[in-house]
Design a protein. Structure first.
Length: 548
């Protein structure tokens, strides 16, 4: 059965994931401690929460910056119903659908199934279809659905035996299961069925109703008289219905796809079996194919849900590796965010506390996307944090981590990284391993921090990494980012570019780390519009602001 309360969360790339609401209050926001973490700088750290009372479920605004909207109207507290659409105050960010299972559907099916007790054939047919619907609602294993299909065919036709053949991945028909009247399973691959009839139905896509001699398999057309026992055979193709697609002024159709063959035979009721109404058989074939296709799609959906669930767990783990809280200091402030283009990504940032009140700020970008990049990013993050905490010189830290990556990762994978250490007196020592040069924002001037040419990590085990130092003045900002920001693409596949980023930074009306971060990310989102995310995006803004 479906879970009683779920949220369907759709991100800006169009991908949807299911989130079970299994406890209350259920919190939503940008901060990692929330039950549902949404990585968008415009969403408040603690944005909303879902509550439960005796009358149902409520969503409540937690004094967020942009508020919450349900079905397009801004609310402070709202009683949720199944199907309600929730947004967190930003039109082009996440959308959330509230899913609450309506208990009336199973009860309705149960009541309608009782109609099957009537002797009318149409109502018996309806009862069988309702049983199928009830079975699909319960989401059973594929084998249960196929067994129910053959049993329904035996009940409708009165045949003694039913065999089901399905196409395998190579397109060949394979015996799947057999059932006898009374619900008994037949041994694997019976030898006395008519293989030629099964093949004929598969090749022509048309049903066969025929009388055969039980021992020789000859038909009445061949002999005109039968010398021994006679059996009636009915075989119907199970085909996926053709699909019509409109394209301009033309209509393109696809041929029916053969899913399998349902074979029924009977010795005691041979004549009546072959005298079945063709409409009954065609209905049986359509319904049988629909059940098989739905079961197949259900299995694929469940597999996709399993994979999505595992990716969601991986995303949760990856997000938990990021700093839980941004550090506070009397001489700097920092704002950081990382948004993967997929469920998980290859970007990360880290903030490392060092002796003497110093702090290290790092942004890394692993080659590739998705799960492989995320695994390497986690590997890199753990190794770099462990080495950097030893308070080595930045160049030596990179050399050690680079040697580790070359030994432990595939040769085709690598990582770019920027890491800088801020001292209380404003000295900023940094190394860039093939990463985008960060920007220094000083008053209204945006300066690109060009550094010595160092290779990305993971290529050359003995590579040396040269460090640079700049002196920050009070009020200066360091803006560190991954290439997902300047290389963000709009619908015309035009890059956002570093020039636009510089203009945004110079024109930011309010000078705090949070405002500069929000201003830059909002500018990228407006530029990209409805285009899907092309790469992971990470941004760290450090404001050097010592006591006067």
């Amino acid at each position: 059965m479906a879970k009683p309360v779920q949220l369907l969360v759709r991100d800006t790339s169009g991908s949807t994931r299911e989130v079970e609401v299994d406890h209350f209050p259920f919190t939503i926001g940008r901060q990692s401690e929330n039950d549902l973490v949404l990585l968008d700088s415009r969403i408040s750290r603690n944005h909303a929460r879902i509550l439960q009372d005796s009358q149902g479920y409520l969503i409540e605004d937690m004094e967020s910056r942009h508020g919450i909207y349900v079905n397009g109207e801004r609310v402070t507290t709202y009683r949720l119903k199944g199907g309600d659409q929730v947004s967190l105050g930003v039109a082009d960010a996440y959308t959330i659908s509230f899913v609450h299972q309506d208990p009336e559907l199973p009860e309705l099916l149960e009541k309608l199934e009782k109609v099957g007790e009537s002797p009318a054939p149409q109502l018996q047919h309806l009862a069988l279809l309702l049983q199928m619907a009830h079975m699909m609602l319960g989401a059973p294993a594929l084998e249960e659905v196929l067994t129910a299909l053959v049993d329904a065919a035996l009940s409708l036709t009165g045949a003694e035996r039913g065999l089901l053949f399905l196409r395998d991945e190579n397109g060949k028909l394979q015996y799947r299961l057999g059932r006898a009247q009374g619900g008994a399973y037949l041994p694997a691959t019976p030898e006395d069925y008519s293989e030629s009839i099964v093949q004929r139905v598969a090749e022509t896509g048309r049903e066969v109703l025929i009388l055969q001699e039980g021992t020789t398999g000859r038909t009445a057309q061949e002999t005109r008289t039968f010398q021994g026992a006679v059996r009636g055979v009915v075989a119907v193709p199970l085909e996926k219905l053709p699909v019509l697609e409109m394209g301009g002024e033309t209509i393109a159709g696809t041929a029916p796809e053969l899913l399998g063959v349902l074979y029924l035979d009977s010795h005691t009721r041979a004549t009546s079996l072959t005298g079945l109404d063709r409409q009954v058989l065609q209905t049986l074939a359509v319904e049988g194919a629909t059940v098989i296709e739905n079961a197949r799609l259900l299995r694929l959906t469940r597999e996709q849900e399993r994979i999505q669930h595992e990716l969601s767990l991986a995303r949760t783990i990856q997000q938990s590796l990021l700093p839980r809280r941004l550090p506070t200091s009397d001489y700097f402030e920092v704002e950081a965010s990382s948004v993967p283009s997929r469920t998980v990504g290859g970007d990360y940032y880290d903030l490392i506390s060092l002796p003497g009140g110093r702090y290290g700020f790092g942004v890394a970008d692993v080659s590739g996307k998705g799960l492989p990049a995320a695994m390497m990013a986690a590997n890199l993050q753990g190794a770099f944090a462990a080495v950097a905490a030893g308070d080595l010189r930045p160049g030596e830290t990179f050399q050690r981590v680079n040697a580790f990556l070359c030994e432990r990762t595939p040769p085709e994978m690598f990582a770019t990284m920027f890491y800088g250490v801020l001292n209380r007196d404003g000295a900023f020592d940094y190394v860039s391993a093939g990463h985008n040069p960060p920007f220094l924002l000083r008053r209204d001037e945006v300066i690109e921090l060009r550094e010595p040419s160092n290779p990305p990590m993971g290529f050359f085990p003995t590579a040396a990494y040269e460090a640079s130092t700049i002196q920050l003045a009070p009020g200066d900002f360091i803006v560190i980012f991954s290439d997902g920001l300047p290389e963000a693409l709009d619908l015309n596949e035009e890059f956002f570019g570093e020039a636009r980023l510089k203009d945004l930074l110079a024109a930011c009306p309010t000078r705090t780390a949070t405002c500069i971060s929000d201003h830059a990310l909002d500018g990228v989102r407006k530029f990209v519009g409805s285009a899907p995310a092309s790469d992971d995006l990470t941004l760290v803004v450090v404001h050097y602001n010592p006591p006067s």
